[in-house]
Design a protein around this ligand. Structure first.
Ligand SMILES: *Cc1c(COP(=O)(O)O)cnc(C)c1O
Length: 362
């Protein structure tokens, strides 16, 4: 049996998103026969030696790609980044303590709501006043908070922290939509977490990279399933991990390493972002929706100055094989998600369509 190749689509999906073609081929092969074992990756025990090796490799690659300190731990759990919204306060907020958050979008809002279910939650800054179109600056993080959480990249609104604020308390970061897209100073964070499906792999696994010394010291009794230190001590095998999602994430991280690591990936992402944002700024019929200095290289949000032209524009990009650029309902317009595996040729295809359309209708 051969594996059918897909037809060429420029996939701008916001998540689950495009992964490298070679990863799809390797993953398909492992579904049929995992490393010559005669078994599918879908039917092997998570406690088998070959899968233990996959898990160890995936954990090591997270740390290697991000340059994490040796003593940091990595676990891959189910439940999505959304389960992280409750895992975080349970692991970092003392009973009777409090947390501090910055609200930069829908995911941050949800995280704040979940923290409130656990204890006192301070929102130290917010950009909700302008529909989350910028990153707040010049706020104070209270020194008596148990932790401070932020969302590094706002997937829906297309904004990104370029510099992380200095914090007097442990920092927790939801990096779901820009993890592995640029280098970060891991030691500045007690915890980095993210759903796999935006830069790391397929849906189904959530990665937690944490400093065990600054995690779980709350004295709070919590479920072992939500206890990061428990999962860390059990090498991410306390219960059945999302085997296939971890495997495909490992393949994707191997690809990242092969192409030159996160520094090279950042270069590629910057080139893609420049190409598209330059077109948005050059063509008067398109308008970016995010403050220029806070624009995300991962998710570029824009609208048309004349919304009546949208149906004609939509027809044109669909014809060019472009998929997934309609904006989220809370922003409208368009959102082009340019995750790591999206080739610059796909961005060029979109820019060509925009230029063509502007010439015809400008
Ligand atoms: C997509 C996303 C989430 C939600 O992830 P799930 O895995 O669907 O729970 C959380 N935070 C950010 C920043 C996201 O982009």
């Amino acid at each position: 049996m051969t594996v059918a190749t897909k037809k060429k689509v420029h996939n701008y999906s916001a998540g689950p998103c495009i992964l490298p073609q070679e990863v799809f081929v390797q993953a398909a092969q492992a579904v049929l026969d995992f490393e010559g074992s005669g078994l599918s990756i879908l039917e092997i025990s998570h406690r088998s030696k070959p899968f233990e090796a996959v898990m160890a490799k995936a954990q090591a690659l997270v740390k290697e790609l991000l340059g994490a300190p040796d003593h940091y731990q990595v676990v891959f759990l189910g439940g999505g980044a959304s389960t992280g919204f409750t895992t975080v306060p349970l692991n970092y907020m003392k009973p009777g303590g409090k947390s501090a958050y910055v609200n930069t979008g829908e995911w941050a809002t949800r995280a704040i709501e979940e923290s409130k279910l656990v204890g006192e939650t301070l929102v130290v800054a917010s950009s909700e006043d302008k529909n989350f179109s910028y990153i707040p600056k010049g706020f104070e993080i209270p020194a008596d908070a148990d932790y401070f959480q932020l969302t590094s990249n706002n997937t829906i609104f297309g904004s990104q922290w370029k510099q992380f604020p200095k914090s007097p308390v442990p920092v927790v970061c939801d990096m779901s939509s820009d993890i592995f897209s640029r280098p970060v100073q891991v030691s500045d964070f007690a915890l980095i977490y993210g759903g796999a499906q935006k830069n790391m792999g397929p849906a189904g696994a959530t990665v937690y990279l944490f400093d065990p010394e600054r995690t779980g010291n709350t004295g709070r009794k919590i479920s072992p399933m939500l206890d990061l230190k428990n999962h860390g001590a059990k090498e991410s095998m306390y219960n059945t991990p999302p085997v296939f999602a971890v495997y495909v994430s490992m393949l994707t991280m191997q690809w990242m390493k092969k192409v030159g690591g996160v520094a090279e990936i950042e270069k590629r992402n910057s080139a893609k972002a420049k190409l598209l944002y330059d077109a948005i700024d050059r063509l008067p019929m398109f308008k970016g929706t995010t403050a220029v200095e806070d624009r995300s290289p991962m998710n570029a949000t824009f609208v048309m100055s004349d919304a009546a032209l949208e149906p004609a524009f939509d027809a044109l990009w669909k014809e060019a094989g472009i998929s997934g650029i309609r904006g989220h309902r809370s922003v409208g317009g368009y959102r082009a998600s340019m995750y790591n595996a999206l080739p610059i040729e796909s961005v060029q295809a979109l820019v060509d369509v925009m230029e063509h359309f502007a010439q015809k209708n400008g």
